[in-house]
Design a protein around this ligand. Structure first.
Ligand code: TMP
Length: 237
């Protein structure tokens, strides 16, 4: 597999073309941003952890029948993925109140939900990724009603699977963000990454935050938290 020119650079990853039209290489950086890029920093070793964690979790989800873009890990920071057209939505599942939910509705962080919720944000940096009502998604031509139904069903199943897995590791999955993509045949697959950058992961007994909120909120101990969550994952795979 030959790595050709870079076609995209995001906040945390670079994407390269390969000599196979249907495959891309993703290269994970240590760069961290928050609040739509207003806060910038580096989390040493994050790229390696996010790459490996996302790949392990996607392999596990694949075994449970969730289609993903994952193909093969190429190196510590690089992964071969299927080329998809990203559906420009951030798909967020919440199990416990935290973050923007708590802020928007004035609910204290840590209050569990009776059933998980799925919400969508429109992936658009200029607009600051606004929350979007599901009925507005087809109006804007971002996805069809049928695609939204499929995405919602995958999101809830992924939540169920990841919650159970993290529970084995003594970790509570509070909420997380996913992105989905469309293959050439129109089918929907899980894309992007699942990592401490995109999940809230709390130690089940102490409540300690083991995710990017340590960076967003200047809590310190960020590298240690990423290393700890990776250690837990590897112990239970
Ligand atoms: P929120 O509570 O800030 O809306 O975040 C919900 C989840 O989504 C949380 O696990 C962090 C993740 N997330 C991202 O992955 N990228 C983002 O840009 C934002 C705002 C949140």
């Amino acid at each position: 597999m030959q790595k050709l020119e870079q076609i995209y650079e995001g906040k945390a990853k670079r994407v390269y073309r390969t000599d196979d039209e249907s495959l891309l290489i993703v290269d994970y950086k240590d760069d961290a941003t928050a609040f739509n890029g207003q806060k910038k920093g580096t989390i040493r070793g994050k790229g390696v952890i996010n790459n490996q964690m996302s790949n392990r979790l996607m392999q596990r989800l694949e075994r449970e029948g969730i289609p993903t873009h994952y193909v093969r890990e190429l190196s510590e920071r690089e992964t071969l993925v299927r080329r998809v057209e990203i559906v420009p939505l951030e798909v967020i599942v919440r199990n416990i109140a935290a973050g923007s939910f708590s802020k928007r509705y004035g609910v204290e962080e840590g209050r569990p939900f009776e059933t998980p919720t799925v919400e969508f944000s429109y992936k658009n940096d200029d607009l600051g990724d606004p929350l979007i009502d599901a009925t507005h998604i087809p109006v804007l031509g971002l996805a069809t009603a049928e695609e939204i139904g499929q995405i919602r069903a995958y999101a809830l199943r992924i939540d169920e699977l990841l919650r159970a897995f993290w529970a084995e590791c003594g970790v509570t999955l509070v909420d997380f963000k996913m992105e989905f993509g469309k293959l050439a045949d129109g089918s929907i697959v899980l894309a992007d990454e699942i990592s401490p950058d995109t999940c809230r992961l709390w130690d089940s007994s102490t409540g300690e935050k083991l995710d990017k909120d340590r960076f967003r909120r200047d809590l310190g101990g960020i590298e240690e938290a990423y290393a700890e969550i990776m250690r837990r994952l590897e112990e239970h795979l």
